[in-house]
Design a protein around this ligand. Structure first.
Ligand code: NAD
Ligand code: LMR
Length: 327
């Protein structure tokens, strides 16, 4: 079997370090699929990426057929099948939101162009670098020849956090919880929906039976977990983010389990009143390498208000990058 080309940007960063070894050991695509890694970094970090590559070599992974390291997006994305866009410009002191969006535009525009120019016809793109949804939109808009649904952003970490918090509250194993959804943006406005989630066929929200806990504890705990990790660790989540990236691509390629779904931020087709085109998180099932939005869910007033608020933030972000000429 020919190896699958997997490109990781920001490969010398903390998520990169937690991600690469799991890709090379077969967790991303399965135990029978060889992978060839391309590591993209900025020139100053190429040497550190080379160090990580030395360690990858030293693991003698049977599935790892090669590693290339470059600071040139065109080389990094030539023939790419799976692109994990992790490297991004973090917000630094005194930086305004517009500055952050502009700095990330400088990264995701050329990467989108390079994907457009050289990617394999089956390319799948996951954007992890923040602001992930809007960075995905920027990359997508510069890759007009790639089907737009191939550009996705990561809300799987939020999904996993939401599972874990619910499991702790109800004292039920994670595996009992099905059909949980993160809606909206990977930001503090995201909405983890328990009204459509199920445990043994019963509504998770009904089992919790405490709307105040839902509104005042559960939702903010999940939505602000990233900030809580930064506060505790002094750095943003890395291993859990890498784990979620593995889950996202693994399920997209290999399918979601029967009777369950997952959360992915994907270009909206207008479902559930989310404006067409913005990259927003939805409940999705995956099969045959394609995802589809779960249709027909009931959205109550509690959920509607929260989905609308997160979507409004995404529309604002889209308009901001549009006015900066990044789309
Ligand atoms: P990090 O600072 O440790 O690493 C980022 C790496 O990206 C650095 O090595 C940097 O040199 C590289 N980089 C910067 N610009 C680049 C470019 N143009 N091309 C290639 N590489 C480039 O950061 P990290 O902890 O690995 O986090 C990476 C990103 O992921 C951040 O934006 C973070 O906010 C985001 N994140 C997202 C989620 C999520 O759930 N979506 C979760 C955690 C972190
Ligand atoms: C997370 O959810 O852990 C990160 O997106 C937080 C961040 O700002 O890097």
């Amino acid at each position: 079997m020919a190896p699958v080309n997997v490109t990781v940007t920001g490969a010398a960063g903390q998520i990169g370090y937690a991600l690469l070894f799991r890709i090379a050991s077969g967790h991303l695509l399965g135990p029978d699929t060889p992978v060839s890694l391309r590591l993209l970094e900025i020139p100053q970090a190429v040497k550190a990426a080379e160090g990580t590559a030395m360690e990858l070599d030293d693991c003698a992974f049977p599935l790892l057929s090669g590693i290339e390291i470059t600071d040139d997006p065109k080389k990094a994305f030539d023939g790419v099948n799976v692109a994990l866009l992790v490297g991004a410009r973090p917000r630094t002191k005194g930086m305004e939101r517009g500055d952050l969006l502009e700095a990330n535009g400088g990264i995701f525009k050329p990467q989108g162009e390079a994907i457009n120019a050289g990617a394999a016809s089956d390319v799948r793109v996951l954007v992890v670098g923040n602001p992930a949804n809007t960075n995905a939109l920027i990359a997508q808009s510069h890759a007009p020849d790639v089907p737009r649904e191939r550009f996705t952003a990561m809300t799987r970490l939020d999904h996993n956090r939401a599972l874990s918090q619910l499991s702790a509250k109800l004292g039920r194993p994670i595996t009992d919880i099905k059909k949980l959804t993160i809606w909206g943006n990977h930001s503090a406005t995201q909405y983890p929906d328990l009204f459509n989630a199920e445990i043994d066929g019963q509504s998770a929200a009904a089992l919790v039976n405490d709307e105040a806990w839902l509104a005042d504890t559960y939702i903010p705990t999940v939505a602000k977990r990233g900030a809580a990790i930064i506060e505790a660790r002094g750095a943003s989540s890395a291993a859990s983010a890498a784990n979620a990236a593995i889950d996202h691509i693994h399920d997209w390629v290999n399918g979601t389990p029967e009777g369950d779904w997952t959360s992915m931020a994907i270009p909206s087709d207008g479902s559930y009143g989310v404006p067409e085109g913005i990259i927003s998180s939805f409940p999705v099932t995956c099969s045959g390498g394609e995802y589809s939005i779960v249709q027909g869910l009931e959205i109550n007033d509690f959920s509607r208000a929260r989905i609308d608020a997160s979507v409004a933030e995404l529309v604002e972000e889209r308009d901001a990058v549009k006015s900066l000429g990044l789309l």
